[in-house]
Design a protein around this ligand. Structure first.
Ligand code: URP
Length: 383
């Protein structure tokens, strides 16, 4: 079986482990069991007709005496590109809009309040090629582009906050960015969050196209909670998650595009660790499928030139501050993950584990200020 046919670790464990062992393995691997969420039959039927996986889970919190529960639903969408990478650009974008429209409609049937799509969801992840033409043509204005207008319609129609990660063209400074546009459920653009860390690894030649983001660690106050967007490679940077959390994020989305050969063993750890360390929910989303490009490219590692990046392994999941997590979506199929969470869990876990309170941040700030200076002398004791 090839890596792109293997459906998921979860399915594999379920089919091969005896029930008693399976429960223990799941407890250790995934934490406290996430309960399945009852989803409407009409949504299940529509997902099956539209050929995508639909899964629902629930994170509960203890009922407090002074605060009512703050239950909300998030939706994570992972998908393949719809048309081949050499189809006309407008056709590719339109096909992707139509596909997402189908999934968001089902998310609405499931009562989703906040939906997030994968990184640069309107296009193939063509940054491996280093070609500018035609890929930069996919870039759009974050405020007035067709994709933002499309998402504004979805947001209004379904009373849903939409997080739409795109390739952004900022006309004012003639600059491209990798940006998540956050659209309020009123349909207004609430703001944008640009990718803070740009990879320089393997075929991820993104620095050819855009710079490190300049929007810092913005948090968006929505009707359903405070959210932030840490785009893809930023998940390897614990301080990046940390700063979104310091600004008050209750849910941090991590729209991504990453391939099996490179990052799969890290995938299930990083967003989950961030949820634990920062007393918040994290939502990791990855695209699926293998994307072929006409021109071949090399990875700068002496290996033969090739036409694809490898397999984008999906496996989108949500992690909670208590260390539990949902099973992932499939490694191979388009999917919608619907997760109900009680945001009161964040403070409950913070009061229990107190990572923020015990963090010694002032000391670190002082030491870091020294460590980044050119005249820094590491504190090493020698015999
Ligand atoms: N899109 C992106 O930043 N990918 C980099 C590879 C990774 O972080 O797994």
């Amino acid at each position: 079986m090839s890596a792109c046919e293997f459906e998921s670790v979860e399915k594999c464990l379920e089919s091969h482990l005896p029930e008693a062992e399976l429960t223990e393995v799941q407890r250790i691997l995934f934490g406290k069991e996430t309960k399945k969420l009852d989803l409407p039959a009409s949504a299940v039927e529509a997902a099956s007709e539209r050929d995508f996986e639909l899964k629902g889970y629930r994170f509960d919190a203890v009922q407090e005496q002074l605060r009512p529960p703050r239950r909300i639903r998030v939706g994570l969408i992972q998908h393949r590109i719809v048309l081949p990478t050499d189809a006309p650009i407008l056709d590719q974008i339109t096909a992707m809009h139509n596909r997402i429209g189908e999934l968001v409609e089902v998310a609405a049937m499931c009562g989703v309040n906040i939906i997030c799509f994968q990184e640069t969801w309107t296009m193939p992840f063509a940054f491996c090629t280093r070609e500018k033409d035609p890929w930069t043509e996919f870039a759009e204005s974050a405020e007035e582009g067709n994709t933002t207008r499309f998402c504004q319609e979805l947001a209004k129609k379904y009373n849903m906050v939409v997080v739409s990660p795109i390739l952004e063209r900022e006309e004012l400074h003639s600059t491209l960015w990798n940006t998540a546009v956050v659209i309020s459920n009123s349909g207004n653009v609430l703001g944008k969050s640009r990718k803070n860390h740009i990879p320089r690894i393997g075929d991820f030649n993104e620095s050819t196209y855009y710079m490190e983001g300049d929007t810092g660690h913005t948090v968006f106050q929505t009707q359903f909670g405070k959210i932030a967007v840490n785009i893809c490679y930023g998940r390897h940077h614990p301080l990046n998650w940390f700063m979104y959390s310091m600004n008050g994020a209750e849910i941090i989305f991590n729209p991504s595009a990453t391939v099996g050969a490179l990052s799969e063993p890290m995938w299930s750890i990083e967003a989950r660790n961030a949820a634990i360390a920062n007393h918040c929910f994290t939502c990791a989303i990855n695209r699926v499928g293998t994307e072929h490009f006409k021109s071949e490219f090399t990875s700068g590692d002496g290996k033969k030139a090739h036409h694809d990046f490898g397999h984008f392994y999906g496996s989108s999941y949500v992690a909670a501050p208590d260390g539990s997590r949902t099973p992932g979506l499939s490694r191979t199929r388009d999917g919608l993950l619907v997760v109900e969470m009680d945001l009161n869990l964040n403070r409950q876990i913070s009061d229990k584990w107190s990572f923020k309170m015990t963090g010694r941040y002032a000391e670190y700030a002082e030491e870091l200020t020294k460590a980044v200076r050119h005249d820094f002398k590491p504190k090493i004791v020698k015999e």
